[in-house]
Design a protein around this ligand. Sequence first.
Ligand SMILES: [Zn+2]
Length: 218
Amino acid sequence: MNIVLIGQPASGKGTQAEKLVEKYGLAYVEMGGILRKISKEDSDLGRQIKSIIEEGKLVPDQMTIEILIKHLENLNRLDGIIFDGFPRMITQAEAFEKYLAEKEKKIDLAIYLDLPREEVFKRLVNRRLCEKCGKTFNLLTKPSQAGDLCDSCGGKLVVRSDETPEKVNVRLDLFEQQTRPVIEYFAQKGILEKVDGNRSIEDIFAEIALRISRRNLV
Ligand SMILES: [Zn+2]
């Protein structure tokens, strides 16, 4: 089965993806990570992606899909995958479904981790990052034992450049404009499962596993 995981930033997608990989033996394809990795390469494509990311822009559809397909070819599989951070827009969803259909594969399930915008905003603006070792904290849910400093290395805790309140609002607006329609798109196809993301990690995962088994996907 192929699963698409959709959710706002800080909705807990990565954590749930990890658990899905473990339980169902899926391959994890995280689009943001793939793009960041390429952006560090010394190649034309790498430099192009790097400048797009640095300007805070989105990598164009066509480029994103080509990179994804290349990645899947290297993985040598088109099934048994969980996708995180893709598709982010309807145009990407359509193009990718067309590609899969040509290979007689499809997206079997889209899981949407639903959270109120205020909750996501709160989670994001309270995130802190150790500027020395990169350890992440959250003032509300995972504070440092050392107050203003990192409890691992004593480094200074800072706000990530795209997690200031202004930039968080821009990111959340983008989600509403571009990704919300993708959720509707999968709902119309009858493959969407909307899961309440405002619960414990274990409760959310149990719910996802239940939905998967109800659909006879495993
Ligand atoms: Zn640190």
